[in-house]
Ligand binder design. Sequence first.
Ligand SMILES: Nc1ncnc2c1ncn2[C@@H]1O[C@H](COP(=O)(O)OP(=O)(O)OP(=O)(O)O)[C@@H](O)[C@H]1O
Ligand SMILES: [Mg+2]
Length: 228
Amino acid sequence: MIPEGSLLAAHDLRKTYGSTPALDGASFSVHPGEVVAVMGPSGSGKSTLLHCLAGIITPDSGTITYAGRELSAMSDAERSALRRSDFGFVFQFGQLVPELTCVENVALPLRLSGVRRKAAERTALEWMERLEVDDLGTKRPGEVSGGQGQRVAVARALAASPKVIFADEPTGALDSLNGERVMELLTQAARSANVAVVLVTHEARVAAYSDRDVTVRDGRARDLEHSA
Ligand SMILES: Nc1ncnc2c1ncn2[C@@H]1O[C@H](COP(=O)(O)OP(=O)(O)OP(=O)(O)O)[C@@H](O)[C@H]1O
Ligand SMILES: [Mg+2]
C-alpha cells in the first residue's frame, strides 16, 4: 500500500466540503529528494491534496504516512511540531511577513525553532545567496519584485532544513522568465539538499522541472506508482 522507500504517502484520501467531493480516493507518494508535480484542472483537488499531505487539513478518510508514522495518529501539537521541523511551504504569493526585512523573513523559521538571531541570519543569507537574492537582505517584501519575493520565500522554505517542501502554484503570479528562474533555483536547491518537493501547478512548463507528474481529476490522483 505504501510504495517502498517513500517518505510521504497517501492512500485513498477522501474529503468532502458540504456536498462537494474535493478528494475522492486520491493516492500519492513522494520519495526523499524527489520533485513531484501535481497537475490537473482548476477545482480538481490539487490544493486539498497538498493541504492533507502537509497535515494542515484532515481528510474524512484514508491514510497519510510520513516517515513511517501516520499523521492521523498524531496530536494537533505533534502535527504542528512536524510541520515546523520537517516541512517547508511556498505559496502563490510568497506570504512573507511585510513588517520584517527579507533576511528576517528567511531567518524566521530558524528563530521559531530556537536558533539565535546571528546564526539564523547567517544561515538565511547563505540560502539567499543560492537563490540569488542576498542583495535584498535589508529590503522589506513590499520593496522587491514578484520574482524576487518568490525566491525569498523559497529561501525561507529551505532555510530550516526541511525534508519536504510543499509548493502551491509558486510561480502562478510570475511571468514565464521569472517563473522558470524560480523553478530552476527551487529544484536545484531541493535536489542538492535531498529535499522532496510536492509542487502543485497548472503549467506544463513548470512540471518540466519535476522528476514525475501526478494528475488529479475530480478528486482522484493518478499516480503511476499506485496503478500497478
Ligand atoms: N474550504 C473549502 N470549502 C468548501 N469547498 C472547498 C474548500 N476548499 C476547496 N473546496 C472545493 O473542493 C474542490 C477542490 O478544490 P481545490 O482547492 O483542492 O482545487 P484545486 O485543484 O487546487 O484548484 P485550483 O487549480 O483552482 O487552485 C473544489 O470544488 C472547491 O470548490
Ligand atoms: Mg489550488
